[in-house]
Ligand binder design. Sequence first.
Ligand SMILES: Cc1ncc(COP(=O)(O)O)c(C=O)c1O
Length: 431
Amino acid sequence: MTDIFHYKDGVLFAEEVSLAAIAETVGTPAYVYAAKGMCDQLAALQDAFAGQRMMICYAIKANSNIAVVKTLANQGAGAEIVSGGELQKALAAGVPGTMIMFAGVAKSRDEMAMALDAGIAQFNVESVPELIALSEVAAAKKTKAPVAIRINPDVAADTHEKISTGRRQDKFGIAYDQAGEVYAMASSLAGIEPIGVHLHIGSQIMSLAPFETAYQRGADLVRELRAQGIPIKRLDLGGGMGVRYRGDVRLDIAAYADLVQTITGDLDVELLLEPGRYLVAEAGTMLAKVRYMKQGDERPFAILDAGMNDLIRPALYDAYHEILPVKEAAPNAELQATDVVGPICESSDIFARGRALPPLEPEDLVAFLGAGAYGAVMASDYNARPLAAEVLVDGDRFSVVRPRIEPALRFADERIPEWLETPPVECGRAC
Ligand SMILES: Cc1ncc(COP(=O)(O)O)c(C=O)c1O
C-alpha cells in the first residue's frame, strides 16, 4: 500500500476514487493511473535539482498514454522518445518540440525528417552509420541536427540482466575509447552539430555506485571533448532511477542529485535526465478480477481475467508486483499461499507463485501495484484478447483515457486475399 493507493471504508482507493467503482464502470482488466503520484515524483526530482540548468525529459516508453504524458508535460516535463510514433504522441500531448529528445538505436530516415521538422532539442545517436544518415537527412533540409552521442561507459548497472544497457557487450552506444574519434568525425559532417554527451546504463537501479562510475566517465569525456575543441554544452545522464516494488525503498533521489552535483558541478553544462519508471511506476495499478479458483496439487490457483498479455513484466523479467484485494481483508483473515495466474495458454502466464493472500473467491477484484510503467505499453492482443482500458484519476474524479479495445477493432484491418475468397470445391483435399 502507498499514500496514493489506500484503503478507505474497507475498499482500495486511488487518491479519492474507489477502485471498485472504477471496475464497475469500465470493467476489468483495467489500468488506473493516479495523477498525484506522477506529479509528486516529478516534483521530487525537480526539487532535488532546484537551481540547476536542466531539462527532465520523461521517457514516454514507460507509459505513453497521451493523458499521462500531458499530466507530466503540464508540470514542466519534456519527452524522451524512441520512434516516430512516440514523437506523434508527445506532440499530441502538447510537448513542445524544443523539449523533445529522440533516442533509440535505429532511427529511420523518415523518423529523422519528422523530428527535424518538429524542431526537437536533441538526437541521441548510437552508431556511425546512424550519424551519417542523420547528417544526410539534415543537410538535405539545409539544417544541422543537434546531436549527443550515446557513450557506452562499460558499467554494470547491478540490475536485472534484461534491463542492463551500459556494459561493453551491450548493443547500446559507442565504446568509450572510440568517442573522441567519433565526435571529431561528427564535427566534420555537414548536417551535424555535436552539442552533448549521452549515457544510460539501465533501468531499476537502486544504488548510487553504478551511476557514480558512469557519470564520472561522462564528465571526463565532456572535458576531453572540450579540450579537443568540441563545444559540448549538454550532459544527458539517462534514466534508470529505481522505484519501490516490494515495500523496499526507492533510489534516494536527494542523494542522487548530490552525486550528480558533485560530479558535474564544475562543468557548466545543461543537464538532461530521462526518467521513465521513476515518474509513473508507483502511480499505476492494474485491476483484475478472479474468474475461477482451482485447487492445485500444492496450493490454490486464483485464475484472473488479466493475463501476461496485459502485464508481461512477471513473465519477462520475473518482476514482482504487490497484489492487494480491492475489498480489504478482515484483520484476522488467515493468509494462504496462492498461485496467481492468467487465462492464457502459456505456462509462463503466472503473476505470482505461493503469494500470501487472504482467501479469494470468484468475482473478487485484485489490484497489482507498481504497474504504471512498462505495463499497458507492453500489452498485446495475444489470444485475440481485448486491450485493457486505461483510466486517469485526479483527486476525486476519473476519466477513461483509453477505452477497452475489442478484438473486432484490432482485426478490422486484416484482409483475406482474393485467392482465398472462393473455397475449392472439395475443400479438405485440395486446400
Ligand atoms: C535511453 C533510455 N533512456 C531512458 C530510459 C528510461 O529508463 P527508466 O524507465 O528506467 O527510467 C530508457 C529505458 O529503456 C532508455 O533506454
